[in-house]
Design a protein around this ligand. Structure first.
Ligand code: ZN
Length: 356
């Protein structure tokens, strides 16, 4: 999933994302809650309509950003008090409030409110954090079940989903469904780097019966071998017939490795963020387009890539755009990186289902 933090996958327009084959993007609840505000987006008919994205969308719970971006956090059993990183205003997030905000945004998939355990964390700290995450998971799910019909694209009187007809059956398959709301809620497995805590969390969440399951709290600074170990430990405990999502990973070879293990979904800012800093992922390895060696290089960014950037532009031109600080630089670099990432997943899917 390309990451569209503030209702945009940075530097790339929605029609380009569609042509790249992106089937689902991620929006960040924390950012959208603060700006433009979830009530505004609700009045605009939900996030799909607001940003004109007819395909599927997932929103995170806001928890990760509350813990990583905001100032003066105070965590209690009930929720988290924090100050906005934008203007210092004070806010209080509970599992119920996070779900309410996500329902107002109206993505296809929302996430339970959790605490992302920092790394490294002592066993006592990881246990306490996990206890909170599991209590919050149950509260998130109960609230979601009671309120998921309040999505902004659902017309309660007629029971007809309010989908612009020009959009066809997109907007996740969910909207075309006759059910009142097919918005789904995923639980998040935490537990730090302790495999027994991870196992305990996974089993408890499966009992709660979420629509899908994520493994969170990875890629937070731990060695890569440990990331793999946790995923390999947790994945078999999660139902195969529901989506299994690893949050916040990873480098191209990692996402291929995890997909082959059975991970269905991943999100990462890496392809987009690295692109804006001039780092391209290619079939020949990483290319730092700022390097002098590319100043007169007429080759495409990645000779093996057939994306709209590689078909048209040279490394020398991309380097020049970067050096000149041109806005097009971020756009072209990002398009290639997303094409490369999405290409990996398309290849993995093809191998899993040959002939399709
Ligand atoms: Zn390319």
């Amino acid at each position: 999933m390309p990451v569209g933090t503030q209702g945009t996958v940075k530097a790339v327009a929605q029609d380009v994302l569609e042509s790249l084959g992106a089937e689902i993007i991620l929006g960040n609840t924390y950012h959208l809650y603060l700006r433009p505000g979830y009530e505004v987006i609700r009045r605009m008919g939900g996030l799909h309509r607001f940003i004109s994205w007819p395909r599927a969308m997932l929103t995170d719970s806001g928890g990760f950003q509350v813990f990583s971006l905001s100032a003066l956090r105070k965590v209690t059993e009930d929720g988290v008090q924090f100050r906005s990183h934008l203007d210092g205003s004070s806010h209080f997030f509970t599992p119920e409030h996070s779900i309410d905000v996500q329902i107002a945004l109206g993505a296809d998939i929302c996430m339970a409110f959790d605490e992302c355990t920092e790394y490294p964390a002592s066993r006592a700290r990881a246990e306490e954090s996990l206890r909170l995450t599991m209590a919050w998971a149950q509260r998130s799910l109960s609230h979601f079940r009671a309120h998921s019909h309040e999505v902004p694209w659902f017309e309660p009187k007629t029971g007809v989903p309010q989908v612009p007809s020009a959009w066809g059956p997109g907007i996740g398959n969910s909207i075309a469904s006759p059910k009142a709301s097919c918005m789904q809620c995923f639980g998040i497995v935490q537990g730090g780097m302790y495999t027994d805590l991870r196992r305990q969390c996974a089993e408890r969440l499966v009992e709660m019966d979420f629509d899908g399951y994520a493994i969170g709290g990875l890629s937070v600074g731990e060695p890569r071998q440990l990331t793999l170990e946790i995923i390999s430990e947790v994945l078999p405990l999660l139902p195969k017939d529901k989506p299994r999502y690893v949050m916040g990973v990873g480098y191209p070879d990692e996402i291929e490795q995890y997909a082959r293990l059975g991970v269905d979904m991943m999100d990462c800012v890496l392809p987009t963020r690295a692109a804006r800093h001039g780092l391209l992922f290619t079939s020949e390895g990483r290319v730092n387009i700022k390097n002098r060696q590319y100043a007169e290089d007429q080759n495409p960014p990645d000779p093996a890539c057939n994306c709209m950037v590689c078909r048209r532009y040279s490394r020398a031109y991309l380097r020049h755009l970067m050096q000149a600080g041109e806005a097009l630089s971020g756009t072209l670099n990002t398009i290639h990186n997303l094409a490369f990432y999405l290409g990996i997943m398309q290849r993995v899917r093809k191998n899993l289902h040959p002939g399709e």
